[in-house]
Design a protein around this ligand. Structure first.
Ligand code: GDD
Ligand code: MG
Length: 368
C-alpha cells in the first residue's frame, strides 16, 4: 500500500528552527524526525510514500533521498504554492491508487495501522480516521463518534469555531475528547468531496465535515501519539524517545558513553563534553556539539555543530544548529535559538524567547 505524507507546511509554531530547516527533517533524538514515521509505516507493510512538499521541498529531498536505506520507495511532489491539506491531496491525485493512507507529516506515533485498516475493511468505509484521546482538544480536530464507529461530527480547532461549526462543536464535545490523529485510510472516491485542482482547501474544514453521514468512520487508536509541531511538544517527543515510551526502533541511546551524562541522555558521535560539565537528565547533543567546562545542560536539545561555552546553563531549551552560546550564559524556560544564533558571554535568554537565525545577543544582555 502507499502513503501520502503531508510535508509542506511552514511549521510556523516551530520557528525559528523551521526558518532554516523544514519541519519533517528537523533532527529528533538523533535522526531526521520523519524517519521515525517512515520506519513505522514500513513496519506496517507500506512500500511507497509520496511526500507532498511545498515549503523548502528541496531540503526535504536532500535529507531523505530515494528511501533505499529505509526499504521504501519515496516519491516527491512539489506544490508551486501552498494548497492546504485538501489541495495537497488533490494535487497528488494522479499518483494515488484505489486505497491509500494519508498522514500529517508531523506526528510521532506507534499506533496500530493494521487494526485501523481491518476496521476500515469491516465497516466498508470511504475514510477511516485514527482517533486519540487528549486532555485539551482545542488545537486539534475534535470528533464525535457514534456507537457504530461512524463519525457524527468533525470540528477543526473547536477553540475557534463559529456558526454551524459551533453547533457541531456542542455535539462533538459531548463525548470523550477524541481528536483526529492525522492518520487516514482513504478510498480514492473521497476525491469527489475535494475542491478542484489548484484550489487551496483544508481536508479538515472543507472535506471531513462534508463526509459526515457518508461512510466516514473513526478508529480509536491505541499507542503513543504526539504532534511535534510546537517547541514544547518537540521536547516532549524527545524525552519520550529517551525514556523508551514510544515503541519505535532507536539508535543506541548514548551513542558514545560519556562519564558526564546523567541518564536518560543521548550524545551523538563527534560531540564533546569538557571536564566538570553535566549533560542530562533528558538532554540530546547532536553531532559535533561542544560543551565547555562546568556547563550544565538538562531537558534540552542542542543540535548539530552548536557550541556552548564554559560555565553556562541550558535548560528547557532547543538550541539550533551551529549556534554559539558564550561562557556563563543562562538559557532557560522554553527558549528556542535558530540556526547560527550567537549569545555573547554572560547573556541571559529566558521565558519563551526565540532568537532568530544569525541574530547576535550582545554581552550580558537579557532577553525574555
Ligand atoms: N503539502 C502540504 N501543503 N502540506 C501541508 C500544507 C500545504 O499547504 N499545509 C499543511 N501541511 C502539512 C503540515 O506540514 C503538517 O504535516 C500537516 O499538513 C498538518 O498541518 P499542521 O499545520 O501541523 O496542522 P495542525 O497540527 O494544526 O492540525 C492538524 O493535525 C492535528 C493532529 O496533529 C489537523 O489535521 C487536526 O485535525 C489534527 O487534530
Ligand atoms: Mg501539526
Amino acid at each position: 500500500m502507499q502513503a501520502l505524507i503531508l510535508a509542506g507546511g511552514e511549521g510556523t509554531r516551530l520557528r525559528p528552527l523551521t526558518s532554516t530547516i523544514p519541519k519533517p527533517v528537523i533532527r529528533l533524538a538523533g535522526r531526521p524526525f520523519i524517519v521515525y514515521m517512515l520506519e513505522w509505516l514500513r513496519s506496517h507493510g507500506i512500500e511507497e510514500a509520496i511526500l507532498a512538499c511545498g515549503f523548502m521541498a528541496e531540503d526535504v529531498r536532500a535529507v531523505l533521498g530515494e528511501g533505499t536505506d529505509l526499504g521504501l520507495r519515496l516519491l516527491y511532489i512539489h506544490e508551486p504554492k501552498p494548497l492546504g491539506t485538501g489541495g495537497a491531496l488533490r494535487f497528488a491525485q494522479d499518483l494515488l491508487r484505489e486505497r491509500f493512507l494519508m498522514l500529517n507529516g508531523d506526528v510521532l506515533t506507534d499506533i496500530d495501522l493494521d487494526a485501523q485498516l481491518a476496521q476500515h475493511e469491516a465497516t466498508g468505509a470511504r475514510a477511516t480516521l485514527a482517533l486519540v484521546e487528549v486532555a485539551d482538544p482545542s488545537a486539534y480536530g475534535l470528533v464525535h463518534l457514534d456507537e457504530d464507529l461512524s463519525i457524527e461530527a468533525f470540528v477543526e480547532k473547536p477553540g475557534q469555531a463559529t456558526g454551524s461549526a459551533r453547533r457541531s462543536r456542542a455535539k462533538a464535545a459531548a463525548g470523550p475528547n477524541l481528536i483526529n490523529a492525522g492518520v487516514y485510510v482513504l478510498e480514492r472516491d473521497v476525491l469527489e468531496a475535494v475542491p478542484p485542482t489548484g484550489t487551496r482547501s483544508s481536508i479538515e474544514r472543507d472535506v471531513f465535515p462534508r463526509l459526515v453521514g457518508k461512510r466516514l468512520f473513526g478508529h480509536r487508536s491505541q499507542g503513543y501519539w504526539l504532534d511535534i509541531g510546537t517547541p514544547e511538544r518537540y521536547l516532549q517527543a524527545t524525552f519520550d524517545l529517551l525514556d523508551g515510551t514510544v515503541r519505535l526502533a532507536m539508535r543506541a541511546r548514548t551513542a558514545q558513553a560519556q562519564e558526564h551524562t546523567l541518564e536518560p541522555a543521548m550524545v551523538e558521535p563527534g560531540a564533546t563534553i569538557a571536564q566538570g560539565a553535566t549533560v542530562g537528565p533528558y538532554a540530546v547533543l547532536g553531532p559535533a556539539v561542544t560543551v565547555g567546562e562546568g556547563t550544565r545542560i538538562a531537558r534540552a536539545v542542542v543540535l548539530e555543530g552548536a557550541t556552548v561555552g564554559a560555565g553556562a546553563t541550558v535548560t528547557d531549551a532547543i538550541i539550533g544548529p551551529r549556534s554559539r552560546i558564550g561562557s556563563h550564559c543562562r538559557v532557560e524556560r522554553d527558549v528556542v535559538l535558530g540556526e547560527g544564533a550567537v549569545l555573547q558571554p554572560g547573556s541571559v535568554v529566558a521565558d519563551g524567547a526565540r532568537i532568530f537565525p544569525g541574530v547576535v545577543v550582545s554581552d550580558g544582555a537579557i532577553r525574555s
